[in-house]
Design a binder for this molecule. Structure first.
Ligand SMILES: [Fe+2]
Ligand SMILES: [Fe+2]
Length: 259
């Protein structure tokens, strides 16, 4: 169904595999709506975190404003129920060239990789919205899962370690998404399965870009820090989780009170 060598680095990086019980729950037709809606919001969140990183660390004020304007229609749709799919897919690309701030230590590479990532995530966003339309799922906001917050709470508070940690978290989020798309693809209907497979290549590259940037910016061996976040991530994935979402943990089996 897809080139399995793509997943090999992802599966080596992740410390645990998604529990089978999550895959079973995610393929139930009554959960399609929450899986796709949460996926849609995750695509925006991926674009927002990349935007946050370059606004905070790399670009000048004017470039930062252009980035905010670029994402605004998607945020209006998700958080304020404004606009529609047609308007979003017609939304312009980022026209301004991103300029580094004069004192940026991280430079052009961070900007180039993150701008490309934002473009791709916004494209995925429009694709998910189109798929939702095809399955007659109307968008309604759903609260985020514990996953990203559970990772980001371990980010150190001083630089450049804070940036390194955020990039490692980014790598885990991308890697887990990639793994879940691959796990779900064979178990959902063909059209959706093909869509998930089509996302694998860019999500695998996003994982690698985040990890390479973390390594470069740290300027020291980051393997211990990667292992630390790997363990935190593995717990979020394997521990029981009542809130079923795209990145949730092991689903809690609802006990029948009369059993
Ligand atoms: Fe994406
Ligand atoms: Fe991604």
């Amino acid at each position: 169904m897809f080139d399995s060598s793509l997943l090999q680095p992802i599966n080596t990086f992740l410390q645990v595999q998604t529990p089978q019980s999550w895959v079973e729950k995610a393929q139930e037709p009554e959960n399609l709506s929450v899986v796709l809606t949460d996926h849609l919001i995750c695509e925006l969140k991926a674009a927002q975190s990349a935007m946050f990183l370059i606004r905070r660390y790399a670009v000048d004020e004017q470039s930062g404003q252009a980035l905010l304007q670029w994402l605004k229609p998607y945020e209006d749709f998700v958080y304020r129920n404004k606009g529609d799919a047609a308007m979003l897919s017609a939304n312009g690309r980022l026209s301004k060239t991103m300029l580094p701030k004069s004192n940026s230590l991280y430079g052009q590479e961070l900007i180039d990789k993150m701008v490309l990532l934002i473009k791709e995530e916004l494209h995925h966003f429009c694709q998910v919205l189109e798929i939702m339309h095809e399955y007659n799922i109307e968008y309604k906001n759903v609260p985020s899962s514990r996953y990203a917050k559970g990772l980001l709470k371990h980010v150190r508070t001083y630089e450049p370690q804070a940036l390194v940690d955020k990039l490692i978290c980014g790598a885990y989020i991308e890697a887990r998404s990639c793994e879940r798309f691959a796990m779900l693809a064979p178990h959902v209907d063909e059209k959706l399965g093909q869509f998930y497979v089509s996302l694998l290549r860019s999500e695998a590259r996003h994982f690698e870009d985040y990890l390479a940037l973390a390594q470069k910016i740290a300027n020291e061996d980051i393997s211990e820090r990667v292992a630390f976040f790997g363990q935190a991530e593995a717990l979020l994935i394997s521990e029981p989780d009542e809130d079923f979402k795209f990145h949730s943990g092991r689903p809690v089996v609802q006990q029948n009170a009369y059993a």
